[in-house]
Design a protein around this ligand. Structure first.
Ligand SMILES: Cc1cc2c(cc1C)N(C[C@H](O)[C@H](O)[C@H](O)COP(=O)(O)O)c1[nH]c(=O)[nH]c(=O)c1N2
Length: 245
């Protein structure tokens, strides 16, 4: 506890245009990378900057529930790949037959190809049983960890590092491979490496899996389903029609 917390208030203002542009550029040109990783190792200082960015994320009750498990060894990555490959074969069967070819064509090579994998976990016990802001919604610690991942993803984009998020696993299998305790949740398994090319639009869009939705269809005013320029209709209340998966 500081005697005068007001001493920590500093003057603030909007960023200058160039800095704003950089932030929006990172946001809009960030991509999920599946295959284009270069083999060069990521320098330790760069990895540290990415983790500092992740660790600067907001978290419920400032509980900072995350851990960052760095995986570089070929053996460990091979074991993770096996777990992924098994789950991926199951996943393919869950889609209608006519989509399975496209699903297979979305080659996901990061686990073996990217020089660094990071498993980001959430420890629900990090700040004791009663956490400011989590009292009425236990999901908030996981949400906090996702904020850390997004920070890391944007920082990676700025550093010329591609990042791919892989979630096609049975969590229990991944926990055994990585020695993660039962009570700790896996939030994201990320593959990172330098890239010298990125898709200019989501790969899933480029490859015909799914298109970006129109933002205007997703904005409601005052009431769920009420769009700014239209009266509320039953269709609008139901939300946008699902596409594909
Ligand atoms: C929580 C979560 C989980 C996953 C993903 C993302 C997120 C947020 N994404 C990446 C996802 O497909 C991608 O973000 C979208 O297709 C949009 O593309 P861009 O990220 O804009 O390039 C992803 N991609 C993939 O090929 N396999 C996967 O298992 C996952 N899992």
């Amino acid at each position: 506890m500081h005697d005068d917390p007001n001493e920590f208030l500093v003057r603030t203002a909007a960023f200058v245009d160039e800095d704003k542009d950089a932030v929006y550029r990172a946001i809009h040109t960030r991509r999920d990378v599946r295959d284009q990783f270069l083999p060069d190792p990521l320098p330790d200082a760069l990895v540290r900057r990415l983790l500092e960015a992740a660790h600067a994320a907001p978290s419920v009750g400032f509980m900072q529930p995350w851990n960052f498990l760095l995986i570089r060894s070929a053996e460990k990555r091979a074991a993770v790949w096996q777990a992924f490959a098994r789950a991926n074969a199951e996943a393919e069967q869950m889609f209608p037959e006519q989509r399975r070819g496209t699903y297979r064509a979305l080659k996901l090579e990061g686990i073996r190809k990217a020089p660094l994998n990071i498993c980001i976990t959430c420890d629900p016990d990090r700040a004791g049983p009663v956490v400011l802001g989590r009292t009425h919604d236990p999901r908030m610690d996981a949400f906090s960890t996702v904020c850390a991942i997004q920070n890391l993803w944007l920082a990676a984009r700025a550093e010329g590092v591609g990042l791919g998020w892989v979630s096609i696993f049975h969590e229990a299998e991944l926990k055994v491979i990585l020695g993660i305790p039962d009570r700790v949740q896996i939030i994201g398994y990320l593959c990172l490496g330098f890239v010298d090319e990125l898709y200019s639009a989501p790969e899933l869009e480029v490859k015909g899996w799914r298109q970006r939705l129109a933002l205007d269809d997703l904005i409601f005013e005052e009431h769920w389903g009420a769009q700014a320029t239209e009266p509320v209709t039953p269709a609008a209340v139901a939300g946008p029609a699902p596409q594909g998966s």
